[in-house]
Design a protein around this ligand. Structure first.
Ligand code: PLP
Length: 376
């Protein structure tokens, strides 16, 4: 089996694979009611929220779209803080639905600077909503979301805080209520150890208030419909039942480990990955003070072609890593280390990289690299 090390979809634990193979049930019947109630309660634990969490059938981008259309009206002034491809996507969705989007962009590989965001909120506001990315999967940056939330909460006009936490929630600490996040979106194929196809969104009381005024067009992703159905322990439309079986099994594994345990594991593995990469003489793309513990972007070394490197890893070692996105597509490759991942998985990637670089005749600092590569 290949070592699938892209930042989602992630490999599946055997318990999850078995769970999702179960036969169908009536999605308007008592077994489904119990299932939906259990997974919703489990998600709230990892969201650290006492408020609503809605599960929608869509990929993560559908959740981002839901966050926008359920809380905003055309013409609303929105500040989109972007540090990469997914921050740009969030801004594009708001613009597509007619929001008046101001974009505050930081260089790829850098985090959002809370002081610069605070200044923009003062000089450019008031805004109805701020769009933030917790973990930018295209660059391997984790923003200081707590500091960013603090400056947003102090801003004029009490803007809504809409957060893309698709590649962080469940792996990197995000206390939704304590930090005052109004809608936090995640996706099933990231830290949750289940296949793609579900997206989850928390909705704060303030987001519900905004929802009542919000006039952007919506139907399939309407939070009111989802909430009314949830009160009857159902979903408005036929849900992805198999994915909910999988989610129940994934949450059971995560609960056994505990949120603190899962966060610590991702921290350990993230650090091990970065240390190993540097040990090979390779350069990290993201500023290390804000390096992500779920994905590492590595600069393709000079004289090496990224596509060829990834092909060699895949064909000779069964190690599947991701390429870059957008303007850095050819400059980096990305190692996913979220969800169902252990130290051994990362050591396997580092070992395969070391061998590939030697074989490809790229000899720089490889001797040091061998020493610094963790023992296997
Ligand atoms: C994966 C990801 C998305 C997109 O999710 P899809 O499931 O591909 O729609 C959005 N934002 C971030 C930060 C992601 O990592």
């Amino acid at each position: 089996m290949p070592n699938l090390r892209v930042p989602g979809p992630t490999p599946l634990p055997p318990e999850v694979r078995a769970a999702q193979a179960q036969d169908m049930i009536n999605h308007r019947g008592p077994e489904f009611a119990a299932l939906l109630t259990e997974v919703t309660a489990g998600l709230k634990e990892f969201y650290q929220t006492a408020h609503d969490v809605l599960i929608l059938t869509a990929s993560g981008t559908g959740g981002l779209e839901a966050a926008i259309v359920n809380t905003l009206s055309p013409g609303d002034r929105v500040l989109a803080v972007s540090v990469g491809a997914f921050g740009n996507r969030f801004a594009d969705i708001a613009a597509a639905y007619g929001a008046a989007v101001d974009k505050l962009e930081f260089a790829w590989g850098e985090p959002a600077d809370p002081a610069v965001v605070a200044e923009r909120l003062r000089s450019g506001g008031p805004y109805v909503a701020i769009l933030l990315t917790h973990n930018e999967t295209s660059t391997g940056i984790t923003n200081d979301l707590e500091a960013l939330c603090n400056v947003v909460r102090a801003a004029p006009g009490e803007p809504l805080l809409l957060v893309d936490a698709i590649s962080s929630l469940g792996a990197i600490d995000l206390p939704t209520d304590r930090w005052g996040c109004d809608v936090v979106v995640t996706g099933s194929q990231k830290a949750w150890m289940i296949p793609p196809g579900l997206t989850m969104a928390s909705v704060s009381p303030k987001a519900w208030q905004a929802h009542r005024r919000a006039r952007m067009p919506r139907f399939y992703f309407d939070f009111s419909m989802a909430k009314r159905s949830l009160e009857k322990q159902q979903t408005p439309f036929t849900p992805a039942v198999s994915l909910l079986y999988a989610l129940k099994a994934g949450l059971a594994l995560l609960r056994a480990e505990g949120l603190a345990g899962a966060v610590a594991r991702h921290r350990r593995i993230g650090e091990r990955c970065r240390a190993g990469i540097k040990g090979l003489g390779l350069a990290l793309f993201a500023r290390e003070s804000h390096a992500s513990n779920t994905v590492t972007a590595v600069r393709v070394p000079p004289g090496v072609e990224g596509g060829a490197l990834r092909k060699a890893l895949r064909e000779r070692h069964g190690v599947v890593v991701a390429g870059g996105q957008g303007p850095i597509a050819d400059q980096v490759f990305r190692i996913g280390h979220l969800g169902y991942v252990s130290e051994a998985d990362i050591d396997d990637v580092l070992g395969a990289l070391a061998q590939t670089l030697v074989r490809e005749g790229t000899a720089w600092r490889i001797a040091e690299g061998r020493q610094a590569t963790p023992a296997r």
